[in-house]
Design a protein around this ligand. Structure first.
Ligand code: UT7
Length: 353
């Protein structure tokens, strides 16, 4: 037996009591991840499609039929931090864990008030979470929450705490051009959070990727000021979201199919074995088309886009919290989450409730 294979065999034998479904691509037996609690917050200010008819050339009929959106919540002063804090407090309460045992805090956001400090650091301060923790934000746009789940899965192994707090929080209305009908009707604000821990009797499988692109979906960053040392003025577009909708639509359906199929294959499961699919809520037609391409029953795909719109990194944890609080999640049920968006990024995770 070659030396490497022998080592793997020894490792497998020593973990014989572990469930066989928690393996990485390398075949190492590993512990999975469990979601212990969920929380969310959306602004009270619900803006209907009809209200958009007064500001751009659009109609309730166009928005509903092309996207499934009827309304979205738009911040009336609520900040990313306020929403993140409210969602996180609710998730911690739901998880019934000690705040002092949270060792990883990750916020997925593209709309934090500050370039620095991170939203996660401000959350750590406001929630009085412990100092000895890994505390940082990630920018993977609408895939941010699934990317963050996988990061937490890796980081908890070396963390000083038992639990990770993962939040997606977005005030997209800050970066939406309300005179651009192509984008302004699509997005909403909100935050969702989960508390997770490593767990021996839980599966956790992940697939993700990126196709770097700044043409199809992007938002320019800080306006660059001319420095005292530069000779030329640099023109820069205002910080608004731009999207080539139909190209991103195609990317979305393809990437969901790719990443969900990859985690199903790793888990040796079929689409019909899954109890709930919670996809990024960007367009009801994307979700329906993905269900069709996967050959999975559409009624297993949770949807709240009709009242939330697209809340980017917040959309999956908000959806998960609403599904959880509706009482429809049963212990042991199999769940797949899948995100896709700017970057371009995509990713899916499989775990059990
Ligand atoms: O979260 C990140 C990932 N984002 C997504 O996954 C979004 C993916 N894309 C989409 O969801 C869809 O492409 C949209 C909802 C953005 C657009 O739907 P579509 O069926 O792809 O429409 P389209 O872009 O092909 O546009 C069709 C027409 C155009 O008019 P012409 O050129 O055919 O005359 C648009 O100007 O619809 C027009 N249009 C609108 N009309 C009324 C675009 N926005 C609007 C609007 N109201 N708000």
């Amino acid at each position: 037996m070659p030396y490497v294979s022998f080592l793997r065999y020894a490792a497998l034998a020593s973990h014989a009591y572990l469930p066989t479904y928690t393996t990485t691509d390398r075949g190492d037996p590993l512990t999975g991840l469990k979601i212990l609690g969920t929380g969310s917050y959306v602004p009270e200010n619900s803006v209907t499609n009809k209200m958009f008819e007064c500001i751009v050339d659009t109609s309730d009929e166009w928005i509903s039929s092309r996207t499934g959106i009827k309304a979205r919540c738009i911040s009336d002063g609520e900040t990313d931090l306020f929403m993140a804090r409210t969602a996180a407090e609710s998730a911690i309460k739901c998880a019934k864990v000690k705040k002092s045992e949270i060792g990883v805090i990750i916020c997925a956001t593209i709309t934090n008030e500050y370039i620095t400090p991170s939203l996660s650091c401000l959350l750590q301060r406001d929630l009085a979470l412990k100092e000895e923790a890994l505390v940082f934000d990630i920018n993977a746009a609408c895939s941010g929450f699934v990317y963050a789940l996988n990061l937490a899965y890796s980081l908890l192994r070396s963390s000083s705490g038992k639990y990770a707090l993962i939040v997606g929080s977005e005030v997209l209305s800050k970066i939406v051009d309300f005179s651009d009908r192509d984008t302004c009707v699509l997005f909403g604000d909100g935050a969702g959070a989960v508390v997770v821990k490593l767990c021996r009797n839980a599966p956790f499988l992940f697939n993700a990727g990126a196709k770097g692109d700044d043409n199809l979906l992007y938002c320019p960053g800080i306006i660059r000021k001319k420095s005292p040392f530069s000779k030329t003025d640099h023109e820069q577009a205002p910080p608004f979201l731009h999207m080539d909708g139909s190209e991103v639509f195609r990317f979305a359906v393809d990437s969901i199919k790719k990443s969900v199929t990859a985690v199903l294959d790793k888990a040796r499961l079929k689409p019909e074995d899954i109890d709930h699919f919670v996809l990024h809520q960007a367009n009801a037609r994307i979700i329906n088309m993905a269900a069709k391409r996967l050959g999975a029953p559409p009624d297993k795909f949770f949807m709240n886009i009709y009242k939330r719109g697209n809340t980017s990194a917040a959309s999956i944890p908000i959806a998960l919290d609403e599904l959880n609080k509706s009482g429809k999640l049963k212990k042991g049920e199999k769940i797949i989450l899948a995100g896709f968006g700017a970057g371009l990024t995509y990713g899916a995770v499989y775990f059990s409730w």
